[in-house]
Ligand binder design. Structure first.
Ligand code: F6R
Length: 256
């Protein structure tokens, strides 16, 4: 796990964009895993600013979607991904996939989503945010570390966090369809971005705590190529804070 502490959300966005643009240029990134929420917005902004035609060739798979929210609702992840990713990165909408939270058969739709990811060759680079509970995707605490795309019930705390996007908490759906932790761990590279003190505890537990379903982000300790881009606040509860800076300052040339 690489822990990289940066000065601002804008720096985080640029750093993530560097990784993505480099992998696209090398030809090792064809399928991008995308997240919604506030944390990855600086990444999409940086990619929009530094757009290159090769970005249009990417396929994308979103992590999750609310169940029962109409596709055209502005806060459905179909709509958010279209607005923040498809349009800004100028992707072909036919190549952008979001779990179908309105399917008549939700279980089948979840299985089909896994098949679509496999058929596309798997996710090359997954962008992640993290919730205050430590959730990644909408894998709330006690999610199986081996879970695949399925229906989950959001915790009251997550619904409260996401109420800022809705008129009231009662409008936040209770259920979602989310890629599982096993699905996320199958991505070849993972870039998690986190900003703010409200993420500090989840980050400390994910990086330095035991691997536990009680903190789904800790599953990333099992991933061979996970990069965490944090601001000072999100890094503030890390015990080995100084070591991460030391590693960054002394990175060998071949690893830069
Ligand atoms: C969104 C997702 C969630 C968010 C998390 C953090 O697709 O999967 O795990 O990344 O809830 O949300 P923000 O970034 O809004 O704090």
């Amino acid at each position: 796990m690489q822990v990289i502490i940066l000065k601002s959300a804008e720096e985080i966005g640029d750093y993530a964009a560097d990784i993505i643009l480099r992998d696209v240029a090398r030809g090792s990134l064809n399928v991008l895993g995308v997240a919604t929420g506030s944390s990855p917005l600086p990444v999409y902004a940086a990619l929009e600013r530094r757009w290159v035609p090769a970005l249009s060739g990417l396929s994308a798979f979103a992590l999750d979607e609310y169940v029962g929210l109409p596709y055209e609702h502005p806060e459905s992840y179909h709509a958010v991904i279209h607005r923040e990713v498809t349009e800004r990165l100028r992707l072909d909408p036919a190549n952008v996939h979001v779990p179908d939270g309105n399917a008549a058969d939700l279980e089948q739709a979840a299985l089909d989503y896994e098949k679509q990811i496999t058929a596309a060759g798997g996710v090359d680079l997954q962008i992640l945010g993290i919730g205050g509970s430590g959730h990644i995707g909408f894998n709330e605490p006690t999610s199986s570390l081996a879970s695949r795309t399925r229906i989950k019930t959001l915790t009251p705390a997550t619904r409260e966090d996401n109420a800022r996007f809705f008129p009231s908490i009662d409008d936040v759906p209770m259920h979602c369809m989310t890629q599982g932790l096993g699905t996320i761990l199958d991505a070849r590279k993972v870039v998690l971005v986190a900003q703010g003190t409200q993420k500090a505890n989840a980050i400390a537990r994910s990086v330095e705590g035991p691997v536990s379903s009680m903190c789904p982000g800790s599953a990333l300790q099992l991933h061979p190529d996970a990069i965490l881009l944090l601001d000072e606040e999100a890094a503030s509860e890390l015990t080995l804070r100084e070591y991460y800076d030391f590693v960054a300052a002394n990175r060998p040339d071949w690893q830069r």
